[in-house]
Design a protein around this ligand. Sequence first.
Ligand code: COA
Ligand code: AMP
Length: 632
Amino acid sequence: MSGSYDALYQAWTSDMEAFWADRARLLDWSRTPQQVLAANDPPFYRWFPDGELNTCHNCLDRHVAAGRGDQPALIYDSPVTETQQTFTYSELLDSTARAAGAFRALGVDRGDRVLIYMPMIPEAVIAMLACARIGAVHSVVFGGFAAPELASRIDAATPKLVVAGSCGIEPNRVVAYKPMLDQALELADHAPASCLIKQRDAARADLIEGRDLDWDQALAASAAADCVTVSALDPLYILYTSGTTGDPKGIVRDHGGHAVALANSMAMTYGLEPGEVFWAASDVGWVVGHSYIVYAPLLHGCATVLYEGKPVGTPDAGAFWRVISQHNVAVLFTAPTAFRAIRQADPDAKLLQEYDLDGFRTLFLAGERADPDTVRWAEQVLDVPVLDHWWQTETGWSITGYFAGTEGFPVRPGSAGKPAPGYALEVLDDDGHAVPAGDIGALAVRLPMPPGFSPTLWGNRERFRTAYLDAFPGYYSTADAGMVDADGYVWVMARTDDIINCAGHRLSTGAMEEVLTQHADVAECAVVGVQDRLKGQVPIGLLVLNAGVNRDPGAIAGETVQMVREAIGAVASFRTAAVVQQLPKTRSGKILRNVIAAIADGRTPKVPPTIEDPSVLDGIQSALGAVGLPRE
Ligand code: COA
Ligand code: AMP
């Protein structure tokens, strides 16, 4: 792709259907869509409604047929197990077809759900593609979630099959997944017919007779399954993400629009050619992992890196440089937090000198605000463009960016670039009126949303409407606030709901509050995100105890920390809670969470005149001080 960003954006604006019809040609269709956009059910829109295809065919079979069979498709690099394994396109196709055959033999059919609870191992990718192959719908659950979260996703997706690894390997411990799965299945109302377990040597799992099967044995015994043709509108996957309550939202992705959007993005956004190596240092449990570890690179005929390790500690802060140089990575996509971790451990990037990064072209950042300091550091040590782009699980691909496949435009550190062709982004005030350039407001996208956007929430179309479409009629409300400057650059500032971004992970503080209130001694509580030098934000909790409770407040706080770890998982990073006499509230009883967060960050809080009792703030300040907040 070439030409200017402006010309490309203009091409989309002048005829969006022609733009996407053209991008649909990047794929093989069993039935070429005659209709591009179905707009007969606003505010719900669907893309390529009469098209038929198979996503797995487009990721694997067609590349093998076109002569890419011997090219690397999946490069597994696992410093935590000291393993490296490369699958060519032919090998990945073979393993995927076998897994698909095994799933079918276990009764999984088109439309059935398969829940995948796996660490960053090739079997996770193979299981996802195998589902796509037979038209089953996968629901991947991130390994850092605990049993109750897993149970709620099992009940929501009602899978016929669960595919799990026996364990995950974190730098400091082995996380036994199988006992967590067993516990989740006890908690859940729904019972899958079978569980397929990939045994890993670090912690082999006990298999339950009649329900659990060994992945290796099942695949060895299975016959390869062919791709089935599905409708472009059929669901490819469900991915649960944090919502504004403890009840996660089941984001749905369809086959057709998703494949078109992702195939287009590889050249347009990331500037990649087929055959190049792309690395998204994320996790298959998050949307970035779905889109850019698995589907997009394979749709585009690239090799994708699956990295089971961390930016630091596996074994050191040179790990990313090693992977880039060893596998000849052209483009890396990760969260700013990973670079903050590397910088903290190796401020002058001395370890970089040990590696040859000649083939490395561009670093992409997303998942949280890319602070200008980190962007500049990365630019300076790597000497490549560092391009921020703004994302959401709901959209599946970036809303804004710098578009490496076009002539582009200069980077403004702190800005996530300009809207991608496909997104008519506006900044609105509370009444839904566009605000002048440079003013902060709600970031909203005029409907229709582009291909790849979640068409609904799994089993809950109404919640989809109320969560995303009702706030500003005719728009998708992103729940991010920000501004567009006079030159069209987008600045994403903060969420307008209770979501926080912690180490690039999306967490709901509301979900944590729901856990804390279950403590017998807690009357009410507030969880807010506070600034953290490494993770961007981390949650902290303030607890008001029931009258008459005279136990040690520190012990109660410690118990709540443990409760969040057990109910949500280690990934919540909830490590700090403090007991206070009262929470700051407005006269109408609304907890002033922004005020708490400002005090915890050492900022001057904007205290509204409606505050019920300003003297409460002194107690908050001293309770936060006692737990080391604000931090130096
Ligand atoms: N399975 C089980 N546990 C997991 C896990 C997984 N897949 N992923 C994380 N955890 C655990 C961690 O071990 C940690 O547990 P602990 O409290 O016992 O130490 C906890 O969840 C918190 O994890 P995290 O917030 O990721 O912190 P960390 O200290 O392990 O690592 C970073 C910090 C910055 C190095 C890491 O988060 C990172 O590399 N992030 C950037 C990339 C990324 O994943 N982005 C996602 C979207 S693009
Ligand atoms: P997730 O759904 O996990 O991808 O998280 C989406 C949220 O992460 C967005 O709504 C933003 O709040 C935040 N986010 C993602 N990318 C960026 C970015 N480049 N800049 C600022 N915030 C971002």
